[in-house]
Design a protein around this ligand. Structure first.
Ligand SMILES: NC(=O)c1ccc[n+]([C@@H]2O[C@H](COP(=O)([O-])OP(=O)(O)OC[C@H]3O[C@@H](n4cnc5c(N)ncnc54)[C@H](OP(=O)(O)O)[C@@H]3O)[C@@H](O)[C@H]2O)c1
Length: 266
């Protein structure tokens, strides 16, 4: 159960597709007043129309990696709602392929989107959140933020950084009364693989067998309502993280064997 979110004022990033779109639906059902953001203006407008019957909703197209866009997003949201209670960071991108064939540009773009953007948006939102009603920030990270995975080096690094920053924020923001929830999902059925900066890894990643975005959304909104600190979602993520905790050397050996098999010279 947990606290009611009805009437809360929220900015949700990554709202145009996948997990973010599903979270928008779930928050709207809970009566949250929503500012939806992403770069895809048309997709945001369609979603805004869909959700308008359930709650007050405003879409503000923005690129989260642009500091000017971030400032405009916060200013417009606060102007519309008169304040801010919730900030849900979902926007993210991935890159699939080994570091040996990657580039500095890919590395920087992943870190810009998945780490610097949510952190700097948090900085701008804090003066408003501290005045909010039971304020909370939620970071959508990844299983790769708790166990670095081969072929996901930049992505893993970006999510590790986000998990670490969120953990530090959780303690720091206690004195401002702002809660912090970290969601750590495993594989989810979205178009993330179609939006990747590159798709060169050799292992078949069965995105179709992952959790539904609706399931991740329900669990995310429940975690916000319950004021949870961290929630790991997905059976394979839970297994992987348990194995990493109790049998890290075995896990390293299994992963190394798989990489050698995949990259064996015929
Ligand atoms: N799918 C999985 O298996 C999985 C597992 C664990 C964690 N995650 C995380 O879940 C989050 C959502 O991913 P998804 O799977 O739902 O993939 P997705 O469908 O590709 O959604 C990504 C979202 O991020 C937005 N976005 C990307 N770059 C942006 C930018 N520069 N500015 C503003 N918005 C931007 C996209 O909107 P626009 O393109 O319209 O800007 C889109 O709404 C990501 O943080 C991802 O790392 C996914």
């Amino acid at each position: 159960m947990g606290r009611s979110l009805t009437g809360r004022r929220c900015i949700l990033t990554g709202a145009s597709s996948g997990i973010g779109r599903a979270i928008a639906g779930e928050l709207a059902r809970a009566g949250v007043r929503l500012v939806l953001t992403a770069r895809s203006t048309d997709k945001l407008a369609t979603l805004e129309q869909e959700l308008q019957t359930q709650t007050e909703v405003l879409s503000i197209p923005a690129d989260v990696t642009s500091s000017a866009d971030r400032e405009r997003l916060i200013a417009d949201a606060v102007a519309r709602f008169g304040g801010l209670d919730l900030l849900v960071h979902v926007a993210g991108i991935a890159s699939f392929g080994h570091f040996a064939t990657s580039t500095e540009a890919i590395n920087r773009q992943i870190l810009e989107t998945n780490f610097f953007a949510p952190i700097e948006l948090t900085r701008l939102a804090m003066p408003h959140l501290t005045q909010g009603n039971d304020p909370r920030i939620c970071y959508l990270t990844s299983m790769c933020g708790r166990r670095g995975m081969p072929a996901w080096p930049e992505y893993s690094a970006s999510k590790f950084a986000l998990v670490g920053m969120a953990e530090a924020f959780r303690a720091e923001f206690v004195r401002f009364g702002v809660g912090v929830t970290t969601i750590v999902p495993g594989l989810t059925q979205t178009d993330l693989n179609q939006h990747m900066l590159r798709n060169e890894g050799k292992m078949n990643i069965p995105f179709g067998q992952g959790m539904t975005p609706e399931y991740v959304a329900q669990r995310t909104v429940a975690a916000i309502q319950q004021g949870r600190r961290e929630v790991v979602l997905g059976s394979e993520a839970k297994k992987m993280l348990l194995m990493n905790r109790f049998f890290p050397r075995l896990l390293n050996r299994l992963i190394a064997r798989r990489v050698r098999q995949l990259y064996a010279v015929p």
